[in-house]
Design a protein around this ligand. Structure first.
Ligand SMILES: *Cc1c(COP(=O)(O)O)cnc(C)c1O
Length: 355
């Protein structure tokens, strides 16, 4: 791997200012690039100054959407070292996405090592105030100049880094979500389990309508029966029903979140009942009527835990836990963020040391 330091370093905003900057709009000084060419494999890994990519207008990703991405975070610990949370899981998931989208696989260990090198190179950009982190965005684009529907013969793997402030400025704050009845996100056999760009383009229409109606996100139902709960935009979903934690089982159309997997392991380690199963919106509404829905929460890298205060399904408005944060949500948030920043013991071996 080669390293080229920028001649024009940017001024990094202080940690206090990060909270004022919109998520994902500020990037560090450097990026990682690796090329792929048929016959040569992945080659020429390099850390270079952050800047525009040069693409042929016929690059096939621009036309047929052969694009995947990942999202993870690096954290500064009290001692000043830098760690990442289960990045091996992200690299493994990236390969699952590659497989589905006919993109050649990456060597997970080697590429994770390269990502860590980039983070180390931009070490000064890893913030340290509570709640702040460095968002790490790897992605792969098909860049063969070719207008035809088949897998590209060349690719670019890239990683960019974005320092982010605390997701919730005043602690965990519950969100309002509505159940999407008209549009669907994914179907079994499709690409729902892959982090591929097209999934998100297809969700924008629904997202816009939700915003117009005063909701922050939509809850997707399964694409066939339109009955079973799947997930929320870029987050997985959990409920606490009558003392049991329930999340929809992975079925090929749900994105297998790293936060989701971590929540499941934590809940089990507490000795609390935890089930991954099909749950229909009708069952949830019934449990709500019976006063058994104690909490609802979303999980994902960006917010970690995002409690749901209101869930609207047609005319059925469910106010959950009086719109306040529940005990399970708060405990999950505290324990996961505690492990991520090395304030709590890493019993599960989830922490990866960058430096
Ligand atoms: C990324 C993502 C998630 C959350 O995954 P994490 O690994 O926990 O960040 C959930 N659903 C969708 C659709 C996603 O894209």
């Amino acid at each position: 791997m080669s390293f080229e330091r920028t001649k024009l370093p940017k001024k990094r905003p202080g940690d206090e200012e990060l909270g004022e900057i919109k998520f994902g709009t500020l990037f560090t000084d450097h990026m990682l690039l690796v090329d792929y060419d048929e016959g040569k494999g992945w080659h020429d890994g390099r850390v270079v100054p952050y800047g525009p990519l040069s693409l042929d207008p016929a690059a096939c990703c621009l036309h047929y959407g052969q694009l995947i991405f990942e999202g993870m975070k690096a954290y500064r610990t009290k001692e000043g070292s830098v760690v990442m949370f289960r990045p091996d899981r992200n690299m493994a998931r990236m390969n699952e996405s590659c497989l589905r989208m006919c993109i050649p696989p990456i060597d997970e260990k080697e590429f994770l090592g390269a990502v860590a090198e980039l983070v180390k190179f931009d070490d000064a950009w890893v913030p340290s105030a509570p709640g702040t982190s460095l968002y790490v965005r790897p992605f792969i684009i098909a860049n063969e100049p070719f207008l035809g529907v088949r897998a590209s013969h060349s690719y670019l793997f890239a990683v960019i880094l974005s320092p982010v402030g605390s997701y919730f400025k005043e602690g965990l704050s519950p969100v309002k979500i509505y159940v999407e009845n008209e549009y669907v996100r994914a179907v079994r056999g499709g690409t729902g389990f892959a982090k591929c760009a097209g999934n998100y383009a297809a969700s924008l229409k629904s997202q816009e309508e939700a915003h117009q109606a005063g909701y922050s996100q939509v809850l997707w139902l399964d694409g066939i029966e339109r009955k079973y709960i799947e997930e929320v935009g870029g987050m997985n979903i959990f409920f606490v029903i009558d003392g049991e934690v329930v999340t929809p089982e992975l079925n090929g159309s749900i994105l297998p979140g790293v936060t989701r997997a971590s929540v499941i392991e934590l809940v089990k380690s507490w000795g609390m009942p935890m089930s991954e199963r099909k749950i229909s919106i009708g069952e949830l509404a019934g449990a709500y009527k019976d006063g058994k829905v104690e909490e609802a929460l979303c999980t994902g890298t960006a917010a970690v835990i995002s409690p749901i205060g209101e869930l609207k399904w047609n005319d059925n408005v469910m106010i959950i836990n009086d719109g306040r944060i529940g005990r399970v949500s708060q405990r999950l948030y505290d324990e996961i963020t505690g492990i991520q920043t090395c304030k709590l013991e890493d019993k599960f071996g989830w922490v990866y040391r960058v430096k």
